[in-house]
Write a protein of this length. Sequence first.
Length: 373
Amino acid sequence: MNPFKYGQIVSGEYFYDREDELSRLKSTLIGGNNLVLYAPRRYGKSSLVNKVLTELKNEGFVTVYIDFMSIYSRELFIKNYSKAIAENEQNPIEKTAKKISKLIRGIIPTISFNSQGNPEFSFSWIDGAEKVETLEDLINLPEKFASSKKRWIISFDEFQEITKLNGESFEKILRSLIQHHKNVSYLFLGSRTHLLKDMFSNKNRAFYNSAMLMNLDTIDEKYSIKFLRKQFSKDKIKISTEVAEYLIEKSNAIPYYIQFIAAEIWQQVINKKEEIDKNHIDEAIKTIIELKSDYYWELTSKQTNYRKKVIRALCNSPNRIFSREITEKFNLGANSTTQKAINSFIEDGIIEQFNNKYEFSDPIYKLFLLKYL
Ligand SMILES: Nc1ncnc2c1ncn2[C@@H]1O[C@H](COP(=O)(O)OP(=O)(O)OP(=O)(O)O)[C@@H](O)[C@H]1O
Ligand SMILES: [Mg+2]
């Protein structure tokens, strides 16, 4: 078995560090406060929150997790959220369905059976019922189920996506109701950092100042080195500190890319039991670039010619892009036009902005561009 995993929520032996973040998240939620956790894509938000929720559940809290990435309508939100809430009730499902039917206007709870034959909560709509009433009742449901002895913790992943659900009115309803919840704490997370931050720090938005903001950084290098050495050593594969540092540098220290590159290296060396050197890392990256090249070409070819020039300049000199030297070297126009192009890359999630620094969200894409563009 490959000792490295990427592209999904990781736990157990595949998860490392995040001790400080874990205890801060837990103590804030236990203290009854709401929290926003934001970080660029693939920094490990969902895995961390999964661990937070697992531990809180073991400590007696009721926990609910819902991902807004896959929710594209209010109806779907109502379906998924009511199911996620119902699953947490310890009572037999029939009793829960009855309880819910009293608490939510506009729906008739039913019990269906999944492919394994287990009962599942579902419902049908009452014809002509007002969906806003259903939505409001559902949002208040956790507070009805919770008590000071049995507190609930609810986590909304990729929360910035709620603006897709009929603009800002959904945001307003949600905010106006949950601010009265006494026995439920909310954890909002998301990867489109500028959108999420705007939701909570813009005076004109419903969620303004309603939760503490917490930024998740990459993992400290020393823990990543330790993890790499430990996982490789399970198969008696050696990696020196220096080579591990090289791998982390190529990954921009982003946990996903550390595991992605390491998994590829493991495949290369597992039958040879060689000590890993820098060549192995370069080879693994080459393989990954080839694997993803169709996608990378597509992403690149759909950019306008001007944006292609800007992206080339960005991968060569990300932080001096507005200097005269770079403008001339890459034949760029007015700074305002370049800025517009950069903003579109940020909007599309290709570039991340850290204060005044720009970085590629996907370090492998940057290496692809350096090679081919
Ligand atoms: N604490 C961790 N220990 C080990 N690997 C991690 C950790 N956090 C993240 N990873 C690696 O990063 C990958 C992505 O993690 P996760 O899905 O939790 O991140 P995310 O920030 O929610 O990403 P996305 O923005 O894509 O939703 C994991 O599959 C794993 O390879
Ligand atoms: Mg995630």
